[in-house]
Design a binder for this molecule. Structure first.
Ligand SMILES: *Cc1c(COP(=O)(O)O)cnc(C)c1O
Length: 469
């Protein structure tokens, strides 16, 4: 592709992106396609002869876009909503153009140092200790996997050799990535403890303490505890100060999963959620969730980077990776399973600079306010109830009535294409989840979504609570 052909095609592409971002509310949030529909419209084999960018872009619009679920839609409220913000998209474009791979400092001095600098800024904004070392991974799942690898290494070093029967502790409401990380490092399913939660879905510290004591008495080796700040189902907060004290008492690695809620600590009034995190061995927060950075970008912080390095280092670096001493510069591949690394820090740096701490705080406060207002609408409607405390921008609520009534309501709302919510189970009951977090979401979007839900729900109830048709 000649530079001039590239320039023309890039202008077209950027025009499409700008129109997309402007007109995004005209798209159905949820792709209205059956499984296989996209495949059936594409050729069975790749083209023998190259095609023009015009033809490819045209098929992108005609065949690909209709099968897209628009995570970037301001009324995408499912799971945890995300934002491909303007500055983030620009950073991503430039990273693709540079196409660097900073596996060692020498192969990407700017990428290596910008990763340290931008994660350092974010660390300060979150109020985390200065000695925390940051590294970028693709996802929180990968970040947590690395934390568990380091935790196992720390246990091995403390025991003077590999230990059988290591036990990992987390809560019933932990994200599945915690269990996966444990399985990948060889902790058997029987050695993953899902500690009971209290009425507000928080890990019970006394149950954690009792479980550790019981495992020790049985000769097993407790090695790691993973509390969550902002659980996936209900955004509950495990009591970090108490759990950190227990981790210290028993010498366990403390990894904090703050993938979704962590950014709230940028706000002075939410700083307290990270109380106890200063004692953590590692912590994960996802700028690709509630910090307006395009997928993928997860930040893993640790006070013990050397443990990660020892866990992943070989006795001798292979000859093709040996570099002359580079004056103490960091080689990020020493701390991760992957050797190659995308220049992800660029998009984070664009986002942090473009909005600034105050700008980010203002957007987060807006989301938190919209969530409180939505909660007030739910509470003011006798047909509905909140199903969990609203701590951040995630709402769990349900209609009085059966689980099937609520599932039907969710399907009715989502099938309109005007908004997308997801569901979960809390105390055995099916509840709707509405997560506010997209940078373009406005009060009008949230109001429209409440109106949609409210008008999709049966209007009147019989005295026994069953819907009247
Ligand atoms: C989203 C989420 C994860 C997983 O994040 P990925 O980046 O998709 O792997 C883990 N933990 C919590 C608490 C989350 O909210």
């Amino acid at each position: 592709m000649s530079p001039e052909e590239f320039r023309a095609a890039a202008h077209q592409t950027v025009d499409w992106i700008a129109d997309y971002l402007r007109d995004i509310r005209d798209y159905p949030v949820l792709a209205n396609v059956e499984p296989g529909a996209v495949t059936s419209r594409l050729p069975k084999s790749g083209p023998e002869r190259g095609e023009s960018i015009d033809a490819i872009l045209e098929d992108f619009r005609k065949l690909i876009v209709p099968g897209v679920t628009h995570w970037n839609h301001p009324r995408f409220f499912g799971y945890f909503s995300v934002s491909g913000s303007g500055p983030g998209i620009l950073g991503e474009m430039l990273a693709a153009a540079l196409n660097t791979n900073h596996m060692v400092w020498k192969t990407g001095p700017s990428a290596t140092e910008l990763e340290q600098v931008s994660l350092g800024w974010l660390r300060q904004w979150l109020g985390l200790p200065e000695e925390f070392f940051g590294i970028i991974h693709d996802t929180a799942s990968t970040s947590t996997l690395h934390a568990v690898i380091a935790a196992r290494e720390a246990a091995r070093e403390a025991a003077g050799g590999p230990s059988a029967d290591l036990v990992l502790y987390t809560s019933e409401h932990a994200h599945l990535s915690v269990d996966r990380a444990a399985l990948v490092v060889g902790i058997g399913r029987g050695n993953i403890r899902h500690i009971l939660i209290d009425d507000d879905f928080r890990m019970r510290p006394e149950a954690l303490d009792a479980a550790i004591a019981a495992d020790l008495a049985a000769g097993r080796k407790p090695f790691c505890v993973i509390p969550t700040l902002g659980t996936t189902s209900s955004s509950s907060l495990d009591p970090l100060p108490e759990i950190a004290a227990i981790a210290q008492r028993y010498g366990l690695w403390l990894h904090v999963d703050a993938a979704y809620a962590g950014p709230a600590a940028v706000l002075d009034e939410y700083r307290h959620i990270l109380k106890g995190a200063e004692l953590a061995d590692s912590l994960v927060v996802n700028p690709h969730k509630w910090l307006f950075t395009p997928i993928d970008l997860s930040a893993l912080y640790t006070r013990r980077p050397e443990v990660f390095r020892r866990a992943l280092s070989l006795d001798q670096a292979p000859a093709y990776l040996q570099t002359a001493e580079n004056g103490g510069a960091v080689n990020f591949s020493d701390y991760s399973i992957a050797l190659g690394r995308r220049f992800r820090a660029l998009k984070l740096w664009f986002v942090l600079r473009y909005y600034g701490r105050e700008g980010i705080a203002e957007i987060l406060r807006g989301h938190l306010r919209m969530a409180r207002e939505f909660a007030a609408s739910v509470q003011a409607d006798p047909r509905f109830e909140l199903a969990a405390p609203v701590l951040f921008s995630l709402l769990c609520f349900r209609m009085h009535g059966s689980n099937d009534d609520n599932r039907e309501l969710l399907d009715r709302v989502n099938s309109t294409g005007r908004a997308f919510l997801s569901g979960t189970q809390l105390r055995g009951k099916f509840v709707l989840r509405l997560a506010i977090g997209n940078i373009a979401t406005t009060d009008a979007d949230v109001q429209e979504t409440w109106d949609l839900i409210s008008s999709s729900a049966p209007q009147r109830r019989r005295p026994d609570g069953a819907p009247e048709s």
